[in-house]
Design a protein around this ligand. Sequence first.
Ligand code: HEM
Length: 137
Amino acid sequence: MDELFQTTLIFHTAFAGIVLFLAIFNYFLINDKLDYKRLVKRVRTILPIYYLFLATVLFTGLILLGVAQFTIHHVVYLMVIVWFVILMMTIRRYKKFKSLRSDDEIRRGRFVRFSKRKFLIDMALIVAMIAIAYIFK
Ligand code: HEM
C-alpha cells in the first residue's frame, strides 16, 4: 500500500506540474495580435488537454485519499479548494469562448484579457499550492 501511495504521489505531483506548464504555455499562446481564427483553433485544442490534466490531478488525489483511508492533512482541503477554483474559472472561460468567434473586436479583446488573467491566477494558485504542500509536509 505504501508503494502504491508513493507511486501515485509521484504521478499526482507530476500532473500538477503539467497543469502548471499548460497554464504558462496558454498564457504565452494567447495574444490578440494573432489572427483570431488561429486563436480559436488553439483554444479548441488546448482546452480539452487542460481539462484532461485537471482530471488526472483529481483522480490521483482521490487514489491518495483512498490509500491513506482519508486520514489526511489539512493541506489537502486546500488542494481541493484550489482545484475547484481552477475548474470554475476554466468553465467560466469556456462560457466566454463564444465571444472569441464573434466579429466584435472589443469582445474578442475582452476574452483574451480574461484568459491572460485567468492563467496568471492558475499559475499563482498552483505554485502556492505546491509550495504549501512541501512546507507543511
Ligand atoms: C491543482 C491542485 C493540486 C495541486 C497543485 C496539488 C499538489 C500536491 C503536491 C505537490 C503534493 C505532494 C506533497 C507531498 O509530497 O507531501 C500533493 C499531495 C496530495 N494531494 Fe494534491 N494537489 C492538488 C489537488 C489535489 C486534489 C484535488 C486532491 C484530492 C481530491 C489532492 C489530494 C492529495 C493527497 C491526498 C496528497 C497526499 C498528502 C500526504 O502526503 O499526506 N490533491 N498534492
